[in-house]
Design a protein around this ligand. Structure first.
Ligand code: ADP
Ligand code: MG
Length: 252
């Protein structure tokens, strides 16, 4: 009780408050977007192409600056000039549609790199951590493979392990299965489901409605830069909101 009184927002890990993003070309990509993400929560964001989903994710780890509003990570204001943006980027990991592995490094080498360079881990420590993570994502037998010798699904699992190696407070996923052949989507979603079960805070942009129904604590619908709707999966997929209906009618 006392804890709650002194730390009113302690359950909220990420708090976006009336975030606006206007690009230099005048494109108003985010319009007063507000969203609270609790610790351990899985939030899935869906919406048409160009609705601002990627831009919003990118603002959450400050890959993109914002024009107005604010974003708090663990009660630290990311828009405050005094905030160390590089520290924020290590605390909020990001997994992209294109896996962006270093082609000249093995799976193990890819996962070891940032812990050594950014967290100053020793080579042995980084290697042990990378082995454990690759084991966790089901790639114990592929550790010494170069990316070119891995399937798309395997590469994306290495990318997830690489993000986890930084021990992030939250992980953001931007359409992590969109570039994969259909038969590889499941293995990546399974790893993400396991992370969710283990309590990782995750924000996931995806078109995988099955994943949203099964794994999300909340589903968010964005359109034209606005956060239109935010509901539990049961309520979301029964919602009669006309803008959502129109979108679901197109994709399902
Ligand atoms: P989504 O991920 O939902 O497809 P985006 O966040 O990529 O949408 O884009 C939202 C809007 O912002 C689009 O209209 C897009 O053209 C625009 N946009 C994205 N990045 C830039 C940029 N760097 N400069 C100008 N406009 C951009
Ligand atoms: Mg996008």
């Amino acid at each position: 009780m006392i804890d709650h009184l002194t730390q009113p927002d302690s359950q909220i890990l990420i708090k976006a408050n009336k975030v606006n993003k206007i690009f230099p070309n005048g494109c108003h990509a985010l319009k007063d977007v507000s969203l609270d993400i609790q610790r351990g929560e899985v939030v899935v964001i869906i919406g048409p192409s160009g609705s601002g989903k990627s831009t919003f994710l990118r603002t959450l780890n400050q890959l993109e600056s914002i024009s107005s509003g604010n974003i708090l990570l663990d009660q630290v204001d990311l828009t405050d000039k005094r905030t160390d943006i590089n520290a924020v980027r290590t605390e909020v990991g990001m997994v992209f549609q294109s896996f962006n592995l270093f082609p000249h490094k093995t799976a193990l080498g890819n996962v070891m790199l940032a812990p050594m360079k950014v967290l100053n881990q020793s080579k042995e420590e980084a290697k042990q951590g990378a082995r454990d993570l690759l084991y966790r994502v089901g790639l114990a037998d592929r550790m010494n493979n170069y990316p070119s010798r891995l399937s798309g699904g395997q590469q994306q699992r290495v990318a997830i392990a690489r993000s986890l190696a930084m021990k992030p407070k939250a992980l953001l996923f931007d359409e992590p299965t969109s570039a994969l052949d259909p038969e590889m989507v499941g293995e990546v979603l399974d790893v993400m489901k396991e992370l969710a079960r283990e309590g990782m805070t995750m924000v996931v942009v995806t078109h995988e409605m099955g994943f949203a129904r099964e794994v999300a604590d909340r589903v968010v619908f964005m359109e034209e830069g606005e956060l239109v709707l935010e509901e539990t999966p049961e309520r979301f997929f029964h919602s009669e909101h006309p803008r959502l209906q129109r979108f679901l009618g197109q994709v399902l």
